[in-house]
Write a protein of this length. Structure first.
Length: 763
């Protein structure tokens, strides 16, 4: 009752008229609210609601995106790009572009306005015609990557017409088109139309509908050259977000990738615009030790020999003696199509028996320890030496000849018996001392190579596992079995012999350029062992290696042009549980030769390994791998033979030879030009993506635009630029020689279809 009385008291002061007014206002407010709710329901579930939902679905709301940092470029030793990010684009058509508004006017409005209806129909006819022209232009201009589906005119038109009916904002035109292809596409009908009234070209209807999303893609201008060493990348979510997958790309991935930024993507003015919120930090540039001219020679002579021997695979490494810089590294293996292509990086990762190249390490240890002297005679008998139920066998063993050989003759003739007897005599009771001394020659080091997956040499001691050490282990280990040594370790050891005993770490990167700091960090050669043996022992070993080529198993390497020193190696390949025989009881072999040259003043060291040659060839490292070393040595000599300047010009002009004209994209060329030519300033009107030629004077000019189906001139360009320019037009290139392009098999201006092969003759 008390609560009722209070309630009654509250309204006791209100008159009947006041209550009526409040009731009326409340009713009006309620009716208005009910009308609004009903109107919302009608809009949501009626035809108008469906139309607005369709519009909403086509709207492109701002979204947060990752702005990828520009992945750094990898250069060869002469600053030519060997792995670079190249611009590519994704193109889409906007079927709700403002220019198409007359197409979507209601039929009732068109019926009431005949002129408007006519304009709408003309626009529809033009759009249909231009889409057909665009399909033809796209097929002609875009080069489809091998393995990808070719563009189909019918499929393109069906997709575009379907998206037209749906008024789709982002109808795919093409998912990936290169910068040059896009420029050519924009400069032809229907994207560029000739206006006869104004007598000039104007933008076509479709060009105003195209939206472009910029992307970057990793390309290797030198193709398969040093492919496994350079390595590869794989995309993360998008092609321009890449991570290294192998080789230098993987080892230096964190530095090359840089640091991605953040941005806000929005659709504006017919194209996608990205506003940066956090700018990316671009990756570093690597300047490698690889010399692509020498790499090309190395791969060429190895491939030729593999074809001749019908071998399964082969590897070769070329190194600079005094520094350990790797100038060339190739790994070729035979594919199902019979061609030899870059395969697993066997040269740094294979753990195999080295064979007779290891005898030099054994002989060095024995000489250094005084187990044998250079003038000693070792009785090798008839080349057969029984050991614990097994037999150490020399090549051509048997018969009644009883021979005594000096240590030099043992190495020159590659006598298994001679080396096994020396090492067994000195270390049978202390084999671990022998193994440790071999490890101390460099085989026990971690070379810290820049190639992920590299293997370390494995030479086991008896103390590591006494149960796995037998009476035959030491004799066989001494001449290259029971050990697992990657070819790179054998080369580093022979390189030390050539380098007055200094053991250098093999390496692949000379310097790293940090774009944010605008600074260059240089990687210095590293001495890992100051001297692997005494000068007297080293002198003896050097003489033995020269004797191998002059009178021993390396006679096929003898050259009238360059003196070569080295050692052959021939090893049987273990077949697992089957031992050294396969199912057909036939032995498989690996032939190798490790050398340095010129012998009197060593500049290069090299190892060549040929695995599983055809069985009709007699296995021999000297006759199989040796010719590759000889051909390489003579080719390098020819490449570096000096030519007097007087023979080049009637009046010598040394200044003209200090700067070679640079051809390529301005963004890639200007940094090189600025370092080589102080007077270079550049033309600010030329964009970084345009192709230019920078002259010795420092001036630059645009190259003529490329025409599809017309071969351009590439004479005077580097191999990199020439290949890039021709491949962008769809042509297939082959190279002969090294240096600049001096001739091309098809003359400039010749009409040729995409896929035509062009042979380039290099200097």
């Amino acid at each position: 009752m008390k609560l009722f009385d209070k309630f009654k008291h509250c309204f006791s002061g209100l008159s009947l008229d006041s209550l009526g007014r409040y009731t009326l206002l409340g009713g009006i407010f309620f009716a208005l609210l009910l009308y609004i709710l009903l109107r919302i329901l009608v809009v949501m579930f009626g035809s108008e609601g469906r139309r607005w939902r369709e519009v909403g679905n086509q709207l492109r709301l701002p979204t947060e995106v990752v702005i990828p940092a520009h992945r750094g470029t990898i250069y060869s030793s002469d600053a030519r790009p060997i792995a670079v990010m190249a611009p590519h684009h994704k193109l889409e058509l906007d079927f709700q572009a403002d220019i198409l508004a007359p197409l979507y006017i209601d039929d009732t409005v068109k019926n009431a306005n005949p002129k408007l209806a006519k304009k709408s129909q003309e626009l529809a006819d033009t759009l249909k015609k231009h889409l057909a022209l665009l399909a033809d232009a796209l097929i002609e201009e875009v080069t489809v990557a091998p393995g990808q589906k070719a563009l189909n005119r019918r499929e393109l038109l069906d997709r575009w017409h379907k998206d037209w009916r749906r008024r789709k904002r982002g109808s795919l035109l093409i998912n990936e088109i290169s910068f040059l292809e896009y420029q050519r596409l924009k400069n032809r009908a229907p994207l560029r139309i000739w206006d006869p009234k104004e007598k000039k070209y104007r933008s076509g209807l479709l060009l105003k509908m195209i939206s472009r999303t910029d992307r970057l893609r990793r390309i290797v201008p030198f193709g398969s050259l040093a492919q496994r060493t350079i390595g590869g990348v794989y995309p993360i979510q998008r092609p321009d977000l890449t991570w290294g997958s192998s080789g230098l790309e993987l080892h230096y991935d964190r530095l090359l990738r840089g640091q991605d930024g953040q941005g806000l993507s929005r659709y504006h003015g017919g194209r996608t615009v990205v506003d940066q919120t956090t700018p990316p930090i671009n990756g570093v540039d690597l300047y490698t030790t690889l010399d692509m001219n020498k790499q090309n020679i190395l791969e060429g002579v190895l491939r030729q020999r593999l074809v001749e021997l019908r071998a399964e695979r082969g590897s070769a490494i070329l190194m600079e003696v005094q520094t350990g810089r790797i100038l060339g590294l190739t790994n070729l293996e035979r594919k199902k199509n019979g061609r030899y292509e870059e395969g697993t990086n066997y040269a740094v990762s294979a753990l195999v028996d080295p064979g007779s190249t290891f005898k030099v390490a054994s002989m060095m240890v024995a000489l250094e320890d005084g187990i044998v002297h250079e003038t000693d005679l070792i009785d090798v008998g008839n080349g057969l030496w029984p050991v614990a139920g097994a037999v150490v066998r020399d090549e051509g063993a048997g018969g009644s000849i009883h021979r005594q050989l000096t240590p030099g003759e043992i190495i020159a003739r590659s006598s298994n018996v001679g080396v096994a007897k020396i090492i067994s005599r000195g270390y049978a009771s202390r084999p671990d001392d022998y193994v440790q001394k071999v490890r101390d020659l460099g085989f026990g080091l971690d070379l810290d190579l820049e190639i992920p997956g590299y293997a370390r040499a494995s030479i086991r001691k008896r103390s590591d596992n006494p149960k796995n050490w037998f009476a035959t282990t030491l004799p066989w280990m001494s001449h290259g079995y029971e050990t697992q040594i990657p070819p790179i370790y054998t080369l580093a050891f022979y390189n030390a012999i050539a380098n007055a005993g200094r053991f250098m770490r093999p390496y692949l990167v000379d310097s790293i350029y940090h774009p944010q700091k605008d600074s260059m960090g240089y990687i210095q050669p590293r001495v890992m062992i100051e001297s692997i043996c005494s000068p007297a022992t080293l002198h003896s070993i050097q003489g033995m290696l020269r004797q191998v080529v002059l009178e021993g198993t390396g006679r096929k390497l003898r050259s009238d042009l360059v003196a070569i020193s080295g050692k052959s190696g021939t090893a049987q390949i273990s077949q697992g549980k089957q031992g050294y025989k396969d199912k057909n009881t036939d032995k498989k072999h690996e032939a190798s030769f490790c050398a340095y040259f010129p012998s009197e003043a060593p500049k290069y060291s090299c190892i060549v390994v040929i695995r599983e040659p055809a069985k009709e060839f007699r296995p021999s490292g000297g006759s199989m791998a040796g010719p590759v070393v000889r051909d390489l040595a003579e080719a390098l000599l020819a490449l570096e033979a000096p030519i007097p300047v007087d023979n080049l010009l009637p009046e010598p002009n040394l200044e003209a030879h200090r700067f070679r004209p640079i051809t390529g994209r301005k963004g890639e060329s200007q940094s090189v030009a600025a370092r080589l030519q102080p007077s270079y300033k550049g033309d600010p009107t030329i964009a970084p993506d345009e192709f230019v030629r920078i002259e010795s004077s420092g001036s630059e000019a645009r190259l003529p635009e490329l025409s599809r189906g017309i071969i351009p001139s590439v004479v005077g360009m580097t191999a990199t630029d020439a290949i890039y320019r021709l491949m962008s037009l769809g042509y297939v290139c082959s190279l002969e020689g090294s240096g600049l392009v001096v001739a091309q098999s098809l003359a400039p201006g010749t009409k040729a279809r995409s896929g035509t092969k062009i042979r380039l003759q290099l200097q």
